[in-house]
Design a binder for this molecule. Structure first.
Ligand SMILES: NC(=O)c1ccc[n+]([C@@H]2O[C@H](COP(=O)([O-])OP(=O)(O)OC[C@H]3O[C@@H](n4cnc5c(N)ncnc54)[C@H](O)[C@@H]3O)[C@@H](O)[C@H]2O)c1
Length: 401
């Protein structure tokens, strides 16, 4: 019986897994979300890059998806992917995978380290593959432009795997916003706190050491752009450096800040305060949205529980649905709890559904860049002691300003 070196998974067991997966089609649900349903439809062949966070998605549970290739530079992580996705087609690098087996996959899940996302995404799209990329989409404005141009020139699909967008509270806030319940939602506070994550040198994710907080903005900005679809067009940002944190001369980014706090103006004249902090006695990804008729507060590590406050009626508990139990965009088999606030199954399903339906994913390249570029400019502002800077647009149409 043939098996992949060191994995203990036989080819027979692998084939059985594939044969057992039902093939079904997806159609649009009444909410505008796609709806999984039975029927005959194509199977999307996905290759996965990165066997750490990249091994936490649910490609193997979607009936219209099969993982046909996996890769990580590190053998243990490669084997992790082989096991997780029952895929024996393992390669020592993305580059080798694209060279040796380009005809075995249609799309690539890029879950390499942040500084490599654009390089890898562009490499894959230029090889004719659709891409889902881990956050952040890009680290510089030049990379944003390259990503946008490559997506537009190739006509392939691109999605950023932003988990805040699919946290259950964010789905609920989006629904309430679309129903007009906030009145005028004029101010939002969005934040991502992860104490010590970029503080100490670690292997193999050396790229995290001293990483500028605002170059990782999307878990914050995703709560804002992901609810109102507004664009953050101006920013003044300040940074602090809390001990212990590598000094600028000690990290490759020359970054002096462990914590960054940005105040943004939006294209509709509203205001958003977005924080990203690596040295803070707090944790989590959360938001609070303030409107003229209603405000909503996500639970916090400080003890706040989910609540809403309605004008004239006061504060009450906010009973957020567990959308993953019933959402029609999720195939039956994927209706279970998953990582990062229930987001992992939604991210997986949305990318595959979009490819099956031949439409752009909800977090397409424009939404991805609208969540990413404000942070890039915010970091520039912090380096200039809070100077108010304009955030260029990377939306569809003429080149950004
Ligand atoms: N909630 C979230 O959305 C969330 C959570 C965790 C991580 N992330 C992001 O996901 C990405 C992956 O996170 P991680 O913690 O696994 O990072 P990591 O640095 O630990 O792992 C990246 C992996 O990519 C592999 N890799 C790099 N270049 C490669 C190549 N050319 N070919 C094959 N493999 C290659 C590396 O060997 C490594 O194992 C990061 O960008 C991170 O920012 C997002």
């Amino acid at each position: 019986m043939r098996e992949t070196k060191g994995t203990g998974i036989s080819r027979r067991a692998f084939c059985k897994t594939l044969a057992g997966a039902a093939v079904s089609a997806t159609v649009m649900g009444s909410s505008g979300k796609s709806r999984a349903s039975d029927g005959n439809a194509k199977r999307i062949r996905v290759a996965v890059v990165g066997g750490n966070f990249g091994a936490t998605f649910w490609w193997h549970e979607h009936p219209n998806c099969v993982v046909t290739a996996v890769t990580d530079l590190i053998p243990e992580r490669r084997e992790n992917l082989v096991r997780r996705y029952s895929c024996l087609n393992a390669f020592e690098s993305l580059e080798v995978m694209l060279k040796k087996a380009p005809d075995t996959f249609d799309a690539v899940a890029v879950f390499s380290g942040a500084p490599e996302h654009v390089k890898h995404s562009v490499m894959c799209m230029n090889a004719g593959k659709h891409v889902i990329s881990a956050v952040p989409a890009a680290l510089t404005l030049e990379e944003c432009q390259l990503l946008k141009e490559t997506k537009e020139n190739t006509g392939l699909k691109y999605m950023m795997a932003e988990s805040s967008y699919y946290r259950q509270e964010c789905i609920a806030a989006r629904e309430m916003y679309q129903a007009g319940k906030f009145g005028n939602l004029f101010y939002s506070e969005v934040e991502y706190y992860h104490n010590f994550i970029c503080t100490y040198p670690s292997q193999p994710d050396v790229w995290r050491y001293g990483f500028p907080p605002m170059l990782y903005p999307t878990h914050s900005t995703g709560f804002f752009v992901g609810v109102t679809k507004e664009r953050l067009v101006e920013v003044s940002c300040l940074g602090t450096r809390e001990e212990p944190f590598p000094r600028p001369e000690e990290n490759v980014y020359r970054n002096p800040f462990s914590n960054e706090i940005g105040l943004f103006k939006t294209d509709r004249g509203n205001v958003c305060r977005a924080n990203v902090c690596w040295r803070i006695a707090a944790g989590g990804e959360r938001a609070q949205w303030f409107g003229t008729e209603m405000s909503a507060y996500m639970s916090s590590s400080g003890g706040l529980s989910n609540s809403i406050e309605i004008a004239d009626k006061g504060r009450q508990p906010w009973n957020v649905l567990e959308y993953w139990k019933t959402d029609p965009s999720l195939p039956e088999r994927m209706r279970h709890a998953s990582g990062h606030g229930g987001s992992a199954v939604f991210i997986t399903a949305e990318f595959i559904n979009a490819l099956v339906e031949n439409r752009e994913p909800t977090i397409d390249v424009y939404e991805s860049l609208a969540m990413t570029t404000p942070g890039i400019v915010a970091h520039q502002s912090a380096l200039k002691r809070g100077e108010q800077l304009k955030v260029p647009s990377f939306d569809a149409g003429p080149k950004g300003t």
